[in-house]
Design a protein. Structure first.
Length: 170
């Protein structure tokens, strides 16, 4: 699936809320007000993966949001991914990997040397994705999802330092 990663636009918000609700059971998904709060934080950014159209759905519009990532710079050298959601139709097609890479690059360019994220301990698909991309479990967050009496793992990854400028000094 070909996807373009782009910046979030306010007109995308309803679709992002719909995706969030589809990706998580009731009580685990962020309510719209919470998702909006994360997107609007001062050091936050939101990236959207846009596809030509969803697989098997020719009636959908030509530009279709397949997933999104919300990230933030927490401290001088630490960033965090708050949300990484991909529609069920677009999973296992490289959408999450593209969003992760773009989010990591955004944090790296902002001076971050480490990125953190959280995921439910029973979310095997997400855990496999993160492990494949170099993330390691740092700790268990007990009762992270209290509505489901479910723990989460905090995962982390080191990011490479910003490289030297490619401009020549002639």
């Amino acid at each position: 699936m070909r996807c373009a990663i782009r910046e979030f636009h306010a007109a995308d918000f309803a679709r992002l809320c719909e995706i969030e609700q589809r990706c998580f059971p009731p009580g685990m998904a962020f309510p719209p007000a919470v998702l909006s709060g994360f997107i609007r934080q001062r050091n936050a950014f939101t990236l959207v993966a846009e596809s030509d159209r969803p697989p098997g759905s020719p009636e959908e519009p030509a530009a279709w949001i397949a997933g999104f990532l919300v990230g933030e710079k927490l401290r001088r050298t630490v960033g965090r991914f708050v949300a990484l959601d991909v529609t069920p139709e677009a999973r296992r097609r490289g959408v999450a990997a593209g969003l992760l890479a773009a989010g990591e690059e955004r944090l790296r360019l902002a001076g971050c040397r480490q990125v953190l994220l959280e995921t439910a301990v029973n979310n095997e698909a997400a855990l496999e994705l993160y492990r494949r991309h170099g993330y390691a479990v740092l700790k268990t967050l007990v009762n992270y999802y209290p509505s489901h009496a479910l723990d989460a793992y905090q995962l982390g990854k080191r990011l490479p330092a910003r490289g030297p400028s490619r401009e020549s000094s002639s």
